[in-house]
Design a protein around this ligand. Structure first.
Ligand code: PGA
Length: 253
């Protein structure tokens, strides 16, 4: 029997003005379940982080940044550090999203630096991994995903890993309306957990949350989340409205 508390995280990407962000998070804050049932996280654009943190204050909704730079401070125009996102009240941060890897050339090495820096600042990284369609067709899904996972987490202590959340997001399923079948997703999640068990030990692997992402919607969430190694969802498009996000949260516990 697993004791992992599910997590459902909404990645708002480059969407929502302050007014829209405030309205959405007020509804989520009023409706979110207790954190012992399901952890609800929202990741607004950086411009709305403070507003969302303030609006969610005292509720069960936690707030994530969508990206971070690993350095503490200095001449890095346009970047935000772990210390700054913590200062606005974030508790989590998405790292290595495929859009960052593909559109902004983020490497495995950069993802690793971000993970280490976030952990040093007591922030929870949500580390995204996933294969492209070409890689799936070539049959290299598991090696690609485990390679990204290993690169992101190498050298972490068991204690540090205990705070990390992993999100398996097949690139071909993001924003396309195509999802991995529950069985295909489960197979990759089980492979990730197997890797964690080998490298960090069975008890850390058993307690690490592995979310699925890629066109998760109210109508497919239940069957995906019923799989034994799928511990929640990282939701893009369907997280932009409470009407589509909250049913996914409900499906998780
Ligand atoms: P999607 O995005 O739900 O719109 O496919 C998921 C993600 O990019 O995290």
């Amino acid at each position: 029997m697993t004791t992992r508390v599910p997590m459902v995280a909404g990645n708002w990407k480059l969407n929502h003005t302050l007014a829209d962000a405030k309205q959405l998070v007020s509804t989520l804050a009023a409706e979110a379940p207790d954190r012992s049932q399901c952890e609800v996280v929202v990741a607004p654009p950086a411009t709305a982080l403070k507003t969302v943190v303030d609006t969610a204050l005292g509720s069960a909704v936690a707030v994530a940044a969508q990206n971070v730079y690993h350095e503490k401070s200095g001449a890095f125009t346009g970047e935000n550090s772990p210390a700054l996102i913590r200062d606005v009240g974030c508790s989590h941060c998405i790292v290595g999203h495929s859009e960052r890897r593909q559109l902004f050339s983020e490497t495995d090495a950069a993802v690793h630096q971000k993970v280490v820096s976030l952990l040093e600042h007591q922030l929870i990284p949500i580390v995204c991994v996933g294969e492209t369609l070409a890689q799936r067709d070539e049959g290299t899904t598991v090696s690609v995903v485990l390679g990204q996972t290993e690169a992101a987490l190498k050298g972490l202590s068991d204690d540090q890993l205990a705070d990390v959340v992993i999100a398996y997001e097949p690139v071909w399923a993001i924003g396309t309306g195509r999802t991995a079948s529950p069985q295909d997703a489960q197979d990759v999640h089980a492979a990730i957990r197997g890797f964690l068990s080998k490298d960090f030990g069975a008890s850390v692997a058993e307690s690490t949350r592995i979310l699925y992402g890629g066109s998760v919607k109210p109508n497919n969430a239940k069957e995906l989340l019923a799989e034994p190694d799928i511990d929640g969802a990282l939701v893009g498009g369907a997280s932009l409205k409470s009407e589509s996000f909250l049913p996914i949260v409900q499906a998780a516990f």
